[in-house]
Design a protein around this ligand. Structure first.
Ligand SMILES: Cc1ncc(COP(=O)(O)O)c(C=O)c1O
Length: 401
């Protein structure tokens, strides 16, 4: 008998089938109307958006909208081609110049998503004779970049420089000459913790390894001019490749990698997720470009972290078991049991607050989380509303006593 190709998904399907059909299914949320970066109509109800990674609230910024509209009219709805064929417009080059300026870097390449940036850069740079050494809590795009490439993949314990040091020493003992790429994230998205870049990168440099930092959740949020955690920690000189996304603080879609490596431009010829996909639409490129200009000189990150501190402190004071401290824009309540988390999420929707239900395998240490990502566009009234509803539901479900 032939194997049903879907057989391997049966336990996921079984779990999914335990969820209700309809509006209280966490995986079928539909935004019927988006009112602003912080509010939408979902299930006919005005809902506060507390889990969209729209850190700077850029999605409705007037200047970004105007730039996108003008580009849409002038250059059309899409490029219908790869960057290496017909898909490089003036806007793509301008955006790459803006990124070089933003990061004070020699080279910048724009990808169609942040996922593809990680996929492409990791899979291409780390070849068959090389090693890629990643933090165990890495995002799926980093794992997938490893899976797509031909390098030997080694994991080190999350944010543990000593463990990284050990792994690198072991690699060097085996192979003095191997190329090694160490991959870390500036901020880890589930629990909002920052990488100790100095310690990790120093271990890497001691063993002649390159360092890639994914600043997906930290561009705009950290650093004097919003470059991310490496800038915040004053260690940009230790980073060889910075990857990031336009899908969070920048408020649109797209990814990038910047570097000072003199051969960096070669990636445009050999990186398959750059070559074999269509480039970003002109309107997206224009709004990303405008948002980067705005983010650089903005003090929105101050308001964003104030918002996060307010929510994190309020939740901790109420007695929740918190996975976060308010040092990043993430607030995550740890819920003991996966299906209680689902119920929590459903109750929050009924109360008019959309948060992220984060459950294994997407979470570190198999945690179930009610995850919020705050925005600078949230008002204190909205934060207090979220807080009040979290407490109400927590009491109802016995999560808070
Ligand atoms: C750490 C990290 N890297 C990369 C990505 C992918 O970004 P994009 O949404 O642009 O594909 C994400 C998105 O969630 C992320 O959290």
């Amino acid at each position: 008998m032939t194997t049903d190709l879907f057989e391997k998904f049966q336990s996921t399907i079984n779990d999914y089938n335990k969820l209700p059909v309809g509006e209280l299914n966490p995986f079928t949320v539909r935004m019927d109307e988006v009112i602003s970066p912080t509010e939408a109509i979902i299930n006919g109800r005005k809902t506060i958006l507390a889990g969209t990674n729209n850190y700077m609230g850029m999605t409705y910024n007037e200047e970004c909208l105007k730039a996108a509209e003008e580009a849409l009219r002038s250059f059309g709805t899409g490029t219908t081609g790869s960057r290496v064929l017909n898909g490089t417009y003036n806007g793509h080059k301008v955006l790459e110049e803006t990124l070089k300026d933003f990061y004070d870097a020699d080279y910048a390449i724009v990808f169609s998503t942040g996922y593809q940036a990680n996929l492409g850069v990791i899979a291409t740079l780390a070849g068959p004779k090389d090693y890629v050494v990643i933090d165990s809590d890495s995002h799926a795009s980093i794992y997938d970049g490893c899976a797509m490439g031909n390098a030997t993949v080694v994991r080190f314990t999350h944010n543990d420089p000593e463990n990284l040091e050990k792994r690198l020493a072991r690699i060097r003992k085996k192979d003095q000459d191997a190329g090694i790429l160490v991959v870390i994230e500036g901020v880890y998205s589930m629990l909002g913790d920052q990488a100790p870049i100095k310690e990790l990168a120093t271990a890497a440099k001691n063993h002649g390894a390159y360092v890639l930092v994914d600043e997906a959740h930290s561009i705009g949020v950290f650093g004097k001019t919003g470059r991310g955690v490496a800038q915040e920690q004053g260690v940009e000189h230790l980073v060889d490749f910075t990857v990031g996304t336009f899908s969070k603080s920048v408020g649109t879609v797209g990814g990038y990698c910047v570097s000072n490596h003199p051969q960096f431009e070669a990636l445009r010829l050999v990186c398959r997720p750059y070559v074999f996909t269509a480039s970003l639409p002109p309107s997206v490129v224009a709004s990303a470009n405008k948002a980067l200009e705005l983010i650089k000189d903005s003090n929105l990150r101050v308001k964003l972290l104030e918002n996060s501190k307010r929510l994190n402190k309020g939740l901790a004071d109420a007695g929740f078991n918190m996975g976060t401290t308010g040092e990043s824009p993430i607030a995550a309540i740890i819920i003991d049991e996966k299906f209680t988390a689902v119920e929590y999420w459903q109750n929050m929707m009924v109360e008019g607050v959309y948060v992220n239900l984060a459950v294994p395998p997407a979470t570190p240490n198999n945690l179930s989380l009610m995850r919020c990502s705050l925005s600078a566009a949230h008002t204190f009234e909205q934060i207090d509303y979220m807080l009040e509803r979290f407490i109400k539901v927590g009491k109802k479900l016995g999560v808070l006593t």
